[in-house]
Design a protein. Structure first.
Length: 200
C-alpha cells in the first residue's frame, strides 16, 4: 500500500499550508524549503506552475499518490453531473478521511493508521482499506482496543470540535447522513486549477 514518506514539514512549507495538522509544531511555514528558501519571494508562478501546486496540495492533503489521484479525476470527468462535486465527494468519503472528519483521529495520517491496523469498523465489520468508499447510511465506529489508546482517547475526550453537516457522531460511533458537497471542504483548494491541470 503506497503512502507518503519523508519529512512532512517540507511538504507543508512547499505548499504554504499546514497539510498534516501539526499546528504550532510547524515552523517556518511561510518559507519555502531548500537552500534558496530564505532568499525571499520568488517570481510569480506560471499558470502551469500554479495548477501543479494546487494539484500537489490536494494530493498531499488527502494522502493520495499520483496514480490514484489521477484515477479519481478521470472518473469524475466521465461521471454525469458536476465534475468538482463528484471529485470532492469521492475524496471526502474515503474511509481514512471520514475517520478524520468524525474526529476519531487528530490528523489524516493518524486516521489512515487506525484504518490500516484494523481499528475501524464499517457497519460492524473491520475494514483496513483507507481508500474504502463509505456510503450514505453507513455506520463507522472504533474498535474497543482503539478507544483505549491514549492518543485516541485524547481526541475523543475533546469537548470542542466541529463536524461537517454530512456526518453525525455519538461517542465513538459515527454515521454518514448525506453525501458531502464542495462547500463542506474547509481547506483552501482551488479546484478549477486542478481540473484545468488534468484537462491539458
Amino acid at each position: 500500500m503506497a503512502r507518503q514518506t519523508g519529512p512532512k514539514d517540507r511538504l507543508s512549507r512547499r505548499e504554504g499550508f499546514d497539510l498534516f495538522g501539526k499546528g504550532g509544531k510547524l515552523t517556518r511555514l511561510s518559507q519555502t524549503p531548500g537552500v534558496h528558501g530564505p532568499k525571499g519571494q520568488r517570481r510569480a508562478p506560471s499558470q502551469y506552475g500554479r495548477q501543479l501546486r494546487e494539484k500537489q496540495k490536494a494530493k498531499r492533503l488527502y494522502g493520495i499518490m499520483e496514480k490514484q489521484f489521477s484515477k479519481y479525476i478521470e472518473t469524475a470527468m466521465k461521471t454525469k453531473g458536476n465534475t468538482v462535486e463528484v471529485l470532492f465527494a469521492t475524496l471526502e468519503t474515503r474511509l481514512d478521511n471520514v475517520v478524520y472528519r468524525l474526529r476519531f483521529a487528530a490528523t489524516r495520517p493518524q486516521a489512515r493508521q487506525l484504518v490500516s491496523h484494523r481499528h475501524v469498523l464499517v457497519n460492524g465489520k473491520k475494514v483496513n482499506i483507507p481508500s474504502y468508499q463509505v456510503k450514505v447510511g453507513d455506520s463507522i465506529s472504533l474498535s474497543e482496543k482503539a478507544t483505549q489508546m491514549p492518543s485516541v482517547k485524547k481526541v475523543l475526550e475533546a469537548k470542542e470540535f466541529t463536524l461537517p453537516g454530512w456526518l453525525d457522531r455519538k461517542a465513538h460511533i459515527g454515521n454518514v447522513k448525506a453525501m458531502p458537497k464542495r462547500e463542506d471542504v474547509i481547506e483552501p483548494i482551488n479546484e478549477q486549477d486542478i481540473i484545468e491541470f488534468y484537462s491539458r
